[in-house]
Design a protein around this ligand. Structure first.
Ligand SMILES: NC(=O)c1ccc[n+]([C@@H]2O[C@H](COP(=O)([O-])OP(=O)(O)OC[C@H]3O[C@@H](n4cnc5c(N)ncnc54)[C@H](OP(=O)(O)O)[C@@H]3O)[C@@H](O)[C@H]2O)c1
Length: 333
């Protein structure tokens, strides 16, 4: 029996035939299993991560639109089922995670570029594996590569209770920074403290910025990793230390700021888009994340798990959640 004939030819997958609200995510049961090209692998998906960007793409408002119909999802963890002819570094049965999914991750099988498919350390479950890709690569690039974080510096993770925020907390702690974080709920504050924050603040409480200033002896954090710039950028400019760095990771609108604050602080405000990472940067992040999985500090907290048919609820939650507690996951099998 050939490898291919051992794999079923149809599968369950979410399909989107028109852009719109979460209701356009439809579970279909007779979707053809995709075939890997020569430099791809076929992954049997165990868990798929829900990223906010999946909702921007689904709604049709994102800069890059997929051709309809499509299956959403860039982040998965699972097992290699089949390799393209040029793939040498992976074999059938390998536990892997990928943020380079080609055919869509909300499905029982997906194809993935072999170069973006990485071994998942046995310290991590498949659910955790589906929380590694975009969150940790984003966090590392924002904090270390763009933010230039150094041991001993103080960083504020502004929005630390989500998937990227918690990854930032774990990475910053592992690199010897003093880590401050914010969350919007009691449970979120507890979670970020358990993941390595030295002090935690509620971004829903009046006057929390003054408390952050107090915690830094009124010097302000040297780095701020910002998850909601349209709400917080002015506050960040007020809080940042002299010659500090503000890295905008998340933004959902526009904001009025006082540029004079940037003059007074001589601070840098920079954006970060993971998509712009060079191959050298990706290689650096691969090495760091791989060491982190082995040493135990890459450990994605899972906030909530859904089944494939609950994809609309997962999309609704990832964008409207107040009181995030880590990564949202679709458990496929
Ligand atoms: N630039 C890139 O390349 C890149 C890559 C990945 C993600 N992103 C973006 O980064 C953001 C975070 O992604 P994610 O996957 O971590 O999303 P997520 O898991 O949904 O987390 C969202 C975070 O934002 C927090 N938040 C809500 N209101 C806030 C406020 N007023 N001030 C500060 N934080 C607030 C939430 O806290 P509570 O719920 O506890 O209030 C939570 O910690 C999203 O906008 C996403 O699109 C950008």
């Amino acid at each position: 029996m050939s490898v291919r004939s051992a794999i079923s030819t149809i599968m369950r997958a979410i399909r989107v035939t028109e852009f719109g609200g979460p209701q356009v995510l439809k579970l279909e049961t007779n979707v053809p299993v995709p075939r890997p090209s020569e430099d791809q692998v076929l992954i049997k998906v165990h868990a798929a991560g829900i990223n906010p960007v999946d909702t921007y793409i689904r709604s049709g408002t994102y800069a890059v639109k997929p051709t309809l119909p499509y299956t959403p999802g860039k982040d998965v963890a699972g097992v290699v089922e089949e390799m393209g002819s040029k793939v040498k570094h992976l074999k059938k049965g390998d536990r892997v995670y990928s943020m380079a999914v080609a055919s869509g991750g909300y499905a029982e099988y997906c194809t993935s570029a072999s170069t973006g498919t990485k071994l998942l350390h046995s310290n991590l479950t498949f659910e955790e594996g589906a929380g590694v890709g975009i969150p940790y690569y984003t966090a590392y690039r924002a904090l270390v590569i763009i933010g230039g974080a150094k041991p001993g510096e103080t960083v504020l993770i502004h929005g630390a209770s989500g998937a990227v925020g918690l990854a930032c907390v774990q990475i910053a702690k592992s690199r010897g920074l003093h880590v401050l974080g914010t969350a919007g709920s009691e449970a979120g504050i507890d979670l970020i403290l358990r993941n390595g924050c030295d002090a935690a603040f509620s971004h829903r409480e009046d006057g929390y910025a003054a408390k952050i200033m107090e915690a830094t002896s009124n010097n302000g954090p040297q780095i701020i990793i910002e998850m909601l710039a349209n709400v917080n950028l002015e506050k960040d400019l007020e809080m940042i230390s002299k010659r500090g760095r503000i890295v905008v990771v998340g933004n959902r609108g526009s904001v009025e700021i006082t540029p004079r604050l940037a003059m007074q602080k001589e601070c840098i405000v920079t954006g970060m888009l993971l998509f712009n990472a060079s191959q050298n940067e990706m290689d650096e992040i691969d090495a760091a994340v791989s060491a982190g999985m082995r040493d135990g500090w890459v450990k994605p907290p899972i906030g909530k798990t859904y089944t494939l048919d609950q994809a609309p609820a997962a999309h609704n939650d990832v964008i409207n959640n107040q009181g995030t507690l880590g990564r949202l996951i679709i458990k496929v099998c």
